[in-house]
Design a protein around this ligand. Structure first.
Ligand code: EPZ
Length: 422
């Protein structure tokens, strides 16, 4: 397993290009199952999760061709060979469950393995199951697989979600595009990735209104066409790299960044005394030598503060001036980066879903272990300002969601290198 070595203390200067959004692409790729015509995605990120989704779609009989070094994904599913998504692929990535809605809509049946829990929580699928049942599906859990059937096809309905689940909204939205009649999704997730999926589905001929609000209305159609769609910018990669100059000092422009994608996060940066400037090409973040101020953070569904930036924000707050309280309200176990940051000298107390961080002058480099995708990158960020060397092991977690991380950080002056496992 590869490791990444970070030598701290170097202020950063330059530009970091932000890639297409992993979490948008992982919902856009299964959309190819809804049409017999080709769906092509541009601005796709080159990540191991995308490769996993490619393998899953190909296992169903779809064709996925990565072009331009993986930036363009040309897909078509004119001839599906099965509607069974096997455990050995689904267990690697929860987002595999996003083939359930499209397969039910197109083939009227699907057998999809339950993804199983992961490091950050149990991550059940009850909201997905309840929503698709409202659309007329019969779904039974047997030997670790969801066996779903929609006799005569799905039919439009009012679908109230008990929680604004991103994945459940995406599965329901895709399923509703081919359901007979009108579907109204209530308490829908409002994330930019949902909006991007709706834009793509509309390009394919779907009739959708209200994406980005809590109520999405879909008029089912008989069939969808092919389309070409650019993947929206990755707001989590954006927020991650915006924190690099805050932690290490300096000035960095994140190319392609847009304030509307990270409004709640930028509000917290302003509260911490960080300067963010919108330019024609992206967002500039500069930290003029003083330490950022402590701020309190509560993670919420969009447009609230994103849970996927909580670990990275904690890394910044470890050396902020004062005491910060972070409340993780989306996942039940998303503070695994805390003990690793404490190995670097951070002062953090965790109790249930609340973490209290008392800022210290500087962290000290140490060997630390990545546990999940966002925890991994928070350790890299912490290493940027730590005295000495930080060695982050198990970086395969990082490769799931960050394209060429060490290259992007080195380009702005960070001393970061990957050590290939022998
Ligand atoms: C998406 O996961 C993202 N993944 C996650 O990003 C992100 O953290 C999450 O949304 C929240 O924003 C992708 O888009 C591929 P949820 P998803 O359904 O859809 C509970 C990353 O780092 N829940 O909104 O799985 C669930 O357990 C990843 O890129 C149920 O109880 O998130 C969690 O506590 C991590 N029953 C909460 O809701 C359900 O049926 C939010 O889950 C579904 C979810």
């Amino acid at each position: 397993m590869d490791s990444i070595i970070v030598r701290g203390g170097v202020p950063l200067h330059g530009q970091i290009p932000i890639a297409g959004a992993k979490n948008a692409c992982l919902a856009l790729m299964p959309a190819t199952l809804l049409s017999e015509e080709p769906l092509t995605l541009t601005n796709a990120p080159r990540l191991s999760d995308i490769a996993t989704m490619k393998t899953l779609l190909e296992s169903l009989g779809a064709e996925v061709t990565a072009m331009a070094g993986g930036r363009v994904l040309a897909m078509s599913s004119h001839g599906l060979t099965t509607t069974r998504a096997d455990y050995d692929i689904v267990r690697k990535m929860r987002a595999s469950n996003l083939v359930l809605g499209p397969l039910l809509a197109r083939e009227h049946h699907a057998v999809v393995s339950l993804p199983g829990g992961c490091a950050i929580g149990a991550r059940p699928m009850d909201i997905h199951i309840d929503a698709l049942t409202h659309l007329g599906a019969e779904i039974e859990l047997r030997d670790g697989y969801l066996h779903a059937v929609a006799k005569g096809g799905l039919r439009g309905a009012r679908v109230p979600l008990r929680f604004a689940s991103v994945g459940a909204t995406e599965n329901t939205l895709m399923a509703a595009t081919l359901a007979r009649g009108t579907t109204v999704i209530e308490n829908a997730a409002r994330e930019p990735e949902i909006v991007d999926l709706a834009h793509c589905l509309r390009r394919m001929g779907a009739r959708i209104e209200g994406e980005g609000t809590a109520t999405i209305t879909v008029e089912g159609v008989d069939r969808l066409n092919g389309a070409t769609h650019p993947v929206v910018t990755d707001r989590i990669e954006l927020g991650t790299y915006m924190l690099a100059p805050v932690i290490a000092g300096g000035e960095v422009e994140c190319l392609g960044g847009r304030i509307d994608l990270v409004a709640a996060f930028v509000e917290k940066l302003h509260e911490a005394g960080v300067e963010v400037e919108e330019t024609a090409t992206g967002l500039i973040v500069r930290q003029n030598g003083t330490r950022p101020r402590a701020v309190d953070v509560v993670t919420e569904p969009f447009p609230g503060f994103p849970t996927d930036l909580q670990a990275q924000m904690m890394a910044m707050l470890c050396t902020a001036e004062g005491v910060s309280v972070l409340e993780e309200r989306i996942f039940e176990n998303r503070f695994m980066h805390a003990p690793e940051l404490m190995r670097m000298g951070a002062r953090i107390e965790v109790h249930g879903g609340t973490a209290c961080v008392t800022g210290v002058e500087r962290l000290r480099g140490a060997p630390v272990m990545a546990t999940d995708l966002r925890a991994s990158v928070s350790l890299i960020l912490a290493g940027l300002a730590a005295e000495g060397e930080t060695v982050v092991s198990r970086v395969y977690h990082l490769d799931r969601g960050y394209e060429e991380l060490e290259k992007k950080l080195s380009a702005v002056g960070a001393q970061v290198e990957r050590v290939r496992a022998s």
